[in-house]
Design a protein around this ligand. Sequence first.
Ligand code: PLP
Length: 423
Amino acid sequence: MTRDLRHDTASPEAVLENLEKYVNPGRARIYRLLGLDSVEYYAEGSTVRDSAGKSYIDFCSGYAVLNAGHRHPRIVDAVRACLDRIGMSTKTLLSAQEGEVAKRLAALLPGDLQMSFFSATGAEANEFALKMARVKTGRVGFVAAEGGYHGKTMGALSLTAKGTYRDAFAPLLEGITHVPFDDLDAMDAAVGPDTAAVVLEPIQGEAGARVPSDGYLPGVREICDRSGALLILDEVQTGMGRTGANFACELWDVIPDIITLAKGFGGGVLPVAATVARPEVFAVLDENPYIHASTTGGNPVSMAAAMAALEVLVEERLAEQAREKGRRVMARLEEIGEKYPEIIAEVRGRGLLTGLAFTNPSGGLMILSTLLDRGVLVIPSLMDWTVMRIAPPLNIDDDILDRGLDILEEVMAELAPTIVELS
Ligand code: PLP
């Protein structure tokens, strides 16, 4: 007898039970604590419906994965068309798609970021960046920023700055220094003759949309050039139009030696990641092409998704949309910030990567769970739970965007007195 794996008929309790027994009991506990018992079922554009038929406005894009929205028809069609022909690569015959996507990406990226290695996740993309930097420079050290999030595999985790994610796994990679973000003096003092690379998010996503001052990234580039260290920019979250430029490094005209992409790079349809480097940095693979590899990385289906995602990025001007809609969101968030200064410590962000920093974490969580209840999906920031992020799909309709912001304002007005009382 085959088991019925359709989840549309599963009750939220059955879903939670499976999560608890077979996947991750801690996560099940958090869902229960938050009273979160809706099962995602159908999604299109910027809206999602749960299995009970309730609708949600998506203000979090699955942690900035859905830049092109849910199931963008062009990206879905590209994946379907590929699947009608071929799925995974034979790995023996030539595979055409990988080179085509890499070529397209090279044309879009600034400077001579030309050579791509494809994988599936942001952490994987960063792993190869670290390995390349060590081989290219012959040095072992890395400098990363406090608040930085780069993933949770061993190498990437060594750069991720939060103790609660790291401590259980020590010792991590040696030679890593964390410095305060947006502090050029600290960066200058930390980078030395043993530094293989500085690894930064141009705008820190999981720290809650932290935007550096304008001189920061150009200054870091200069420090790297002076000391012979490479600059690795992790654009897993900021890339693909999210911050109002195709890649956030373009906001400050800074060209890294290596850039990493994931999340929106798969078009919100498949997990696809890329590590892209200047040719002389990538030369690590010339001598031994199998020194780093992924069996399924660059497979035809993922490449079909990535190619369509790049086409949508350009042709639907996602970065420009993020810029325009981001201004609208920031204006509304600033109004909210001014109205509730006892609760909102700061409003920040760029493009459609924006955050409301609460003066205390419980205030943010109360707002977040009430918003879920009222049909707006938002997320806290992994590195700083006091910041609620608002990061909708970049092509969200203005009407839907305004409706979500209206609901946010209503919820703030309702809960503000209680939050003030509790703090
Ligand atoms: N780098 C950044 C900037 C991220 O925001 C994330 C995930 O949130 C990662 C890397 C890790 O990506 P993944 O979860 O796909 O490994």
